[in-house]
Design a protein around this ligand. Sequence first.
Ligand code: SME
Length: 164
Amino acid sequence: MAEDLTIAEGAKGDIYQSLIPQIKGLLEGEPDLIANLANVAAALKEQFNWLWVGFYLVKPSSKTDGESELVLGPFQGPVACTRIKKGRGVCGTVWQNAETLIVPDVEKFPGHIACSSLSRSEIVIPLIKDIEVIGVLDVDADRLDQFDETDKKYLEEIISLISV
Ligand code: SME
């Protein structure tokens, strides 16, 4: 039987529950957003060893057209695309819809932006200030179907701990 490295449902919840107090400790008393995003990305990468964990932040476009785009922020993993337009790829779609997206197979997501050919599945969570999306957390795995409602629940909780 092929070895299944997928973390069992319950075990994954337990891992998140032990990670959350550690993340709270990291964030406590630190107001700098970039420092906090960097530590959250590192803590998640360290814990789960996903292919890529990082943030994109909504910033003015590099062209002086008054538009905004997602710009690469703190991350852990292989080099990645630096700019993503609203509505493009998984990240741009989450920015547009302000809702978490779980993509079990990136090849089946129309318009998926392949920053790494090793990426197989993905989850993207919006970072919301008041009612506005100011960035996203993007997590990529090198295996199909690695994210589920447990990841959504706990990653949304972790994101809500970051003061934006
Ligand atoms: N796959 C993402 C792009 C970002 S990278 O995966 C780091 C997307 O489709 O938006």
